[in-house]
Ligand binder design. Structure first.
Ligand code: 3HC
Length: 294
């Protein structure tokens, strides 16, 4: 039934975005099933979520009991077949069109509710491409969260030419009424609203480092102190992940052929070197075990 309140959620991928999405869903009392391809990745995903819940307790946002209850609502699987009864599934795997397309194809065969919401957290892949990989493009939509998901209150909702109003309303009600997020709508264009503005800014900061215009530290300091941004563009690139920023830039460049979207050579070299940012312990900055700057 289209109006049935969503209580059974699936999340595909337990990396930094998937883990964050699973966490906020569990905190909002949903029953959450998380897919990871291996037991090791599932264990790492669970540990990531538990660390974040602990942080919620230590900052006074969650009680011990709420943390325990949220942890109980999370289950992990390596079988997409287990998603048959889900009312909303949010895919949050690596920003790779072929991988995402394959997941949507499989998911569509498995999820039985004809008005289930099949959402992607993609930052840059047009949702229509994912919808057309399925036999039910009417239930495919973009639900784009922001990192760190438990902290940032925005969800970009991206409908395609095929998404039905029922599915859109269901996704919006879930994001707003159940998760407590603020929703903005975006056309189905690579980058949507936020990344179309943010990514050229991050790439410009990388070009500034590349040309010796200013140091990493001074560029970040300038934007924090001069524009009251919570963090500078290079630290933010480290947080998002340099591989992810490159993948988004590639897709946006593919769509618009806009030179400002083209990833600069320094970004390419850092990705090739494995300097992927905070998650790798090294990007424009170095990070200790706990993720703090060294
Ligand atoms: N999980 C849960 N809570 C977290 C958290 C996490 N991963 N990270 C931070 N928090 C909480 C802290 O507990 C703290 O809560 P409190 O104020 O109640 O104590 C609060 O957030 C602030 O954290 P900190 O004091 O540790 O650190 P900062 O004040 O420096 O804030 C930050 C850290 C929230 C990351 C802030 O710097 C920030 O908002 N930065 C900008 C992030 C941003 O722009 N993200 C968007 C990226 S683009 C994107 O995601 C889209 C994608 O497609 C690329």
């Amino acid at each position: 039934m289209a109006t049935e309140k969503i209580s059974r959620v699936g999340v595909i991928g337990a990396g930094q975005m998937g883990a964050g999405i699973a966490e906020v869903c569990a905190r909002a009392h949903a029953d959450v099933l998380v897919y990871e391809s291996t037991r090791e990745l599932a264990a790492a995903g669970r540990a990531r979520i538990l660390r974040s819940l602990d942080r919620g307790v230590s900052s006074g946002k969650l009680t011990e009991r709420e943390r325990e209850q949220a942890a109980w609502r999370l289950r992990f699987t390596s079988d997409l077949g287990d998603f048959a009864d889900r009312q909303l599934v949010c895919e949050a795997v690596v920003e790779d069109e072929a991988v995402k397309t394959e997941i949507f194809k499989e998911l569509d065969k498995v999820v039985t509710d004809p008005n289930a919401v099949l959402a992607s957290n993609t930052s840059s892949i047009p949702i229509m491409k994912l919808g057309m990989a399925t036999a039910n493009a009417h239930r495919v939509i973009g639900m784009h969260f922001f990192n760190p998901v438990p902290v940032l209150p925005l969800v970009e909702l991206v409908t395609t030419l095929m998404t039905t109003p029922e599915v859109t309303e269901r996704a919006e009600a879930f994001a707003h009424d159940i998760l407590g997020k603020q929703v903005v709508r975006s056309a189905d264009r690579s980058g949507f609203v936020v990344n179309a503005l943010l990514v050229p800014y991050l790439l410009s900061a990388i070009r500034m480092v590349e040309s010796g215009f200013a140091t990493v530290e001074d560029i970040d300091k300038a934007m924090v102190l001069g524009c009251a941004h919570p963090m500078g563009p290079l630290k933010l690139t480290d947080l998002v992940g340099l591989d992810t920023v490159k993948a988004i830039a590639d897709k946006m460049y593919e769509e618009f052929k806009e030179p400002l979207y083209s990833p600069p050579p320094l970004l390419l070299r850092m990705v090739e070197a494995g300097r992927l940012g905070k998650k790798a312990g090294h990007g424009f900055y170095q990070y200790g075990e706990n993720g703090a700057n060294k």
